[in-house]
Design a protein around this ligand. Sequence first.
Ligand code: ADP
Ligand code: MG
Length: 578
Amino acid sequence: MKSDSKIHLLSREVINMISAGEVVERPASAIKELVENSLDASATSITVEIEASGKNLIRVADNGVGMSEADLEMSCLRHSTSKLRGIQDLDGIRTLGFRGEALSSIAAVSQMDIKSATEMNGKGMYVYLESGQILRKRPAGRACGTTIEVRNLFYNVPARKKFMKKDSSELSEIARVMGRFVIAEDNVEFKLLQGDRTLIHAPKHLSRFERIKLILGEDIARMLMEVKSCYGNSGISGFISRPAATRKDKRFQMFYINGRYVRNKVLVDALYSAYRGILERGHHPVCVIFLEIPTENVDVNVHPTKLQVKFKDEKAIRDDLARAVGGSFEALKIGEGENRHVKVSQDALPGGSERLVFEQTPSVQNQFTYEYESPLEKRAGNDQVRSGRKERSALYQLGNCYIVSLLTGKIVITDQHAAHERIYFELFSKASREKTLESQNLVFPVRIELSVEDSVLMGQLSDSLKKLGFLVEGFGERSFLVQAVPAFLKKGDAGSIINGIIDEIKKRDLKKEDMLEEIIKIASCKAAVKSGDILTVEEMSSLLGELSSCQLPFTCPHGRPVQIELTLDELEKKFRRK
Ligand code: ADP
Ligand code: MG
């Protein structure tokens, strides 16, 4: 090397400080790394203490395996790790850490105390570091485990210190980070203390669902149902929001891969694809999903904070997850599987009036599978005869809008429009997917007149309409003739359906790929019976029958609930008999 070279190697100290920026951005990220280390050390109890928002003090204490004197000295060197030896090990990583960067990075930008012991004999070691250098070392008493104290984060990097967020947002980020661990590690006790305030305390034997309730709150917990399935070597478990129980924000969508909290678009896409056609506009599902997949099929070494991962086979993962979520809706419908008796719905869903799942006596079939016997008698009293799967039900129409069915032990209330929309939506979707749509020629074609603007739009829509069974032909400049409609459309005025589609599509700025689904939604809405339509008992009965053969009978295509139930149990609660 020439001595006049402008280029020189950076000192270890500077390298550490630079790389610290990648791993430790803020107190919350330091806490994340320290807690991961505790978990990797098999701790079953982890206490995190902070002062204010952690900028001046973070203390993480665990009862893990601890470090020997030699390990302690090594641990704060850059790229020192006990979790990985060679590159071949990367494929089989089960620990949360493996890059050997965290402790050295945090130590490089703080004043750090570590106390650790590997045995229960009370003998341990203590070291004190500043800017990553060990300045003091001495024996110190401690039970087996490790306590790491981080003081004055970024005290030696003023530029970074300036960039730290204000205390309140830092504290909520810390709570978020801790919450993710609490939910995932259901055999570990966690405490988050701020001075003498306890912000989180999760005892060791708290179930996963209880943990979710503790961290995300009762309102979220009440929305959830279980999801569980296995595909080959992979497993999917966790909780998702029930159809019709969604939120207006995306804040509560959590994914874990092999115990590691991750952010990943493939998983989010899979989630939304399973909720297709049952989400209200601007609404989002909630989920806490755990995927267990063979470690060689996922690369966790994509980013220093390990929040991102890459899959070997994205499509397989996406399909599995969408199938698992879709499968739990299915289970909800037919009343099989664990979703139903959900211990969850028992303690988490007291009196939620919009809920769809209830524990039922085994002899009573789920609301979606019973068969209505026709003709139905409107007289109460003679109505609750059960025979196997069949259940006679008294049907009433309430407010020319709701169908009320009296069944054994419960009342089911169906929104006639929402139900009919769902039925048509599924018929249209299936037909356009399988290209099996039968059209029926109208004896008297319906003529519609459009404005110039609308007739241009009609030109663009006619192909999509044809796929759905509506044959619309030009008839002069701005006139069109509806020649045929889908065969399954029983009622409904073809002209008003087509006009409705034009009106609605005009208002929206839709992407091409969303067009067909939107047209299906509008057509279903326009063709369906409306609130205010008077229905005969036969009509109500056949509507409910068709609804029960829907794949996702829980919501209308816009995500509003189709049915609600009131059980005897709930009545008893409401009348305070219980
Ligand atoms: P990594 O976690 O990627 O191995 P770190 O810099 O986070 O790297 O930690 C370095 C090493 O220090 C770990 O591999 C582990 O051996 C040791 N270590 C850190 N924290 C603890 C702890 N709380 N208990 C026991 N060992 C620890
Ligand atoms: Mg680590």
